[in-house]
Design a protein around this ligand. Sequence first.
Ligand code: PGA
Length: 255
Amino acid sequence: MTTAHKRRRVIAGNWKMYKNLGETRDFFDAFLPLVRDVRDRDVVVIPPFTAISAAVERAAGSAVAIGAQDVYWGKNGALTGEICAGMLADAGCRYVLVGHSERRQFFHETDDTVARKALAVLSEGLTPIVCVGETLENRDAGLEKEVLRRQFSGGPGSLTADEFSRILMAYEPIWAIGTGRTATPEIAAAAHEFIRACAAEQYTAGHALALRVLYGGSVKPDNIQGLMAQDELDGALVGGASLDAKSFASIVNYT
Ligand code: PGA
């Protein structure tokens, strides 16, 4: 597809379970001056819950938005340990990751909870970044499309057309996360195209064209260029390389 220029790109950094308050403040002090001139793409930093307020405070007045890594789908309630979307909005988040593969793998997240979480995030006016991706076993067995289709239709594909038009998606092949083994730009582009085809099938061609799909999995300063050369890739979801201000800035500033 050749209409990617109409889709604004997003570079998001997922810190996972790293950084305390001091490290968060230090990161922003180093990072913000390096990305001051970025205008044509969205930049998001996604710290752990405890560092969200510090990140929001530090990023205030800059173009960098803050996100959360997970959410519970209900409103307030007797649910020890959970955090709802209203709390995240109140803390200053604008994005929430939903269905990251580590949540699916280690915390039993299902397509159904992904759908509920995405809806809860939207209902607070925030943007869910809904993650999908196959395992190495899936891919070796030639099942990647089947898995992506299932994750799509059970998760974001259960939203209404209007709700769907307000989400972002991320394609993160599990075999590429934290392994140093990036999908080639061509493999990633083919998966993105397939996700877009699922969106066209479920909704309309217009929804598919407008959908922004980020690529995630070992994105680094030295491979961002090649990945972003693909029109199908509408940005990146960066894990390890987003922890260092200089490295994340050089990914954000790709040309
Ligand atoms: P990685 O993580 O960049 O460290 O591979 C990506 C992610 O899990 O979002």
